[in-house]
Design a protein around this ligand. Structure first.
Ligand code: GDP
Length: 473
């Protein structure tokens, strides 16, 4: 019978369980609605509370975003250099730091901070980040307008004016209007300079009275928000069952590749990957701090992929025999800055027989040789590759790399991590969750707050790849 035909199509969950607002013009951002055609459906449903909170945030952003009266008012106050009274709209201005992966994990962290504090997130996009992402909030913009009165944002770093840390020690005398109209927060891995007391209860009056927070970070500081007692209740409502879906949901909510990048992604996928029966993502990242030869790296990858049964073994003494029938290949999507790995892996798999008789096809979209974060097209390729990796069925990543973190969390994948050569074994470890690692949480503990490790059990644990790092599980 034909009765089942109309039911066999899976329901197209275009809005990802309500995560996405319906208030967009589809053509302006195709990836927002087409991602379901490329990425597997998520096993994780956002809580109704998270969904309602996102709609509330969107309404706030529309009310306070660029080109609104309230935005103008807040800008006037900023120009006056003094914060005299609490304002209706309060802002977090995100400033970029390091490569695209670092930038993305901090955008997600800053967004969660903004949501928890009823602040509005604006992103300062230098030219190299333009046209990478769609606008995430309907009917408004998250881009910091170019006429923002605080100039030279690029130069804001450790020694910026109105450092949060310098203000924190001072007596707040709000009545006399002695507070500055903005504060600069510096949250990078370097503990000497980091404003980590930002999360502590004692800092909240100052932060709440400051309408403009300028924030630069290269860290996924979400686990620190989970440790701060003032957010505990709200976070348990937003993420009631499982904590380790924070980036997965917020990243899929915020980060939609703009149409030109979506073109790269879909054309590459359709041309090379769509035909495979399965796809294994393989991300190779080598850091100067821990060099490794390409032969050692290949050996580590093969140890990992065969031990974990992600790829079949190859018999190096036996040339591949012709198969009796045609088979659908299994694809390996390799991403790395370097050339060399691709040829070695590809040649190995067509010259020798696999133990299972499977055919392995290896693809690498680009080899940029060096990081060039200042170049827009370089960043577009990086985003394309993170996205393609997130479409994998299984993922092997390099430890320490935020590039890999983005791919795993967007894809809802618990990767197998190739440990950095200075940190571990010659194979790999399975990640305990898909969440990114907060590399430098040292010092983020507040006075008089829950500090014992036992209390963190069940919410955060040490990262597999970074000793001393913290991740949500
Ligand atoms: P991390 O340094 O590994 O934590 O990741 P980041 O993304 O912050 O910085 C690395 C940057 O180097 C990326 O953003 C890219 O610009 C570049 N890069 C590193 N690995 C790759 C890769 O596999 N493919 C591409 N296209 N670029 C890469």
């Amino acid at each position: 019978g034909s009765s089942s035909a109309s039911f066999s199509e899976p329901p197209k969950d275009k809005l990802l369980g309500g995560l996405l607002s319906a208030g967009f013009d589809e053509a302006s951002c195709l990836s927002r609605y087409q991602s379901a055609l490329y990425r597997k459906q998520s096993n994780h449903t956002p809580s109704p509370y998270l969904v309602s909170r996102l709609r509330r945030y969107e309404a706030l952003h529309r009310r306070c975003g660029p080109n609104t009266e309230l935005y103008q008012k807040a800008i006037e106050q900023l120009k006056s250099n003094r914060s005299k009274e609490p304002t209706e709209c309060n802002y977090v201005v995100w400033l970029p730091s390091d490569g695209l992966g670092n930038r993305i994990i901090t955008i997600v962290s800053a967004f969660l901070y903004a949501v928890l504090n009823d602040k509005v997130l604006l992103v300062h996009l230098p030219g190299d980040l333009r046209d990478l992402f769609c606008e995430p909030f309907p009917g408004t913009s998250w881009v910091l307008p170019s006429d923002f009165p605080v100039k030279n944002l690029e130069s804001f770093f450790v020694n910026a004016p109105w450092r949060f840390r310098d203000m924190l020690g001072k007596k707040l005398d709000a009545a006399e209007g002695s507070l500055p109209s903005y504060l600069y927060l510096h949250l990078t891995h370097d503990q000497r300079f980091s404003d980590h007391r930002f999360f502590c209860e004692e800092a909240q009056p100052l932060l709440q009275r400051t309408p403009w927070l300028l924030l630069r970070s290269n860290q996924y500081f979400v686990p620190a928000l989970f440790r701060a007692s003032q957010y505990e209740k709200e976070l348990s409502l937003l993420f009631p069952k499982k904590k380790s879906v924070v980036f997965h949901h917020l990243g899929r909510y915020l980060l939609h590749p703009a149409n030109p990048v979506w073109g790269y992604i879909t054309r590459y996928y359709d041309a090379y990957l769509g035909n495979a029966k399965e796809m294994v993502g393989l991300q190779i990242r080598i850091f100067d701090a821990a060099p490794i030869s390409s032969d050692q790296m290949i050996a580590q990858i093969l140890n990992c992929s065969t031990q974990e049964r992600l790829l079949p073994e190859i018999n190096l003494t036996e040339p591949a025999h012709p198969l009796t029938r045609r088979t659908q290949p299994k694809a390996v999507l390799l991403t790395t800055l370097y050339s060399g790995y691709f040829e070695k892996l590809r040649n190995m798999y067509y010259q020798y027989a696999t133990s299972t008789g499977e055919t392995i096809a290896v693809y690498q979209p680009s080899h940029e040789e060096q990081q060039h974060t200042e170049q827009q097209n370089h960043n577009k390729k990086a985003l394309m590759e993170m996205y393609l990796l997130s479409c994998s069925d299984a993922l092997i990543t390099s430890g320490y790399s935020t590039f890999g973190y983005v791919a795993q969390a967007l894809g809802g994948l618990q990767p197998w991590i190739l440990l950095r050569p200075d940190k571990g074994t010659s194979a790999c470890l399975r990640a305990t969750s898909m969440e990114p690692c907060f590399h430098s949480p040292q010092g983020y503990q507040c006075m008089g707050e829950r500090s014992s490790e036992e209390e963190d059990v069940g919410r955060v644990r040490e990262c597999e790849d970074v000793p001393g790092g913290l991740k949500l599980v």
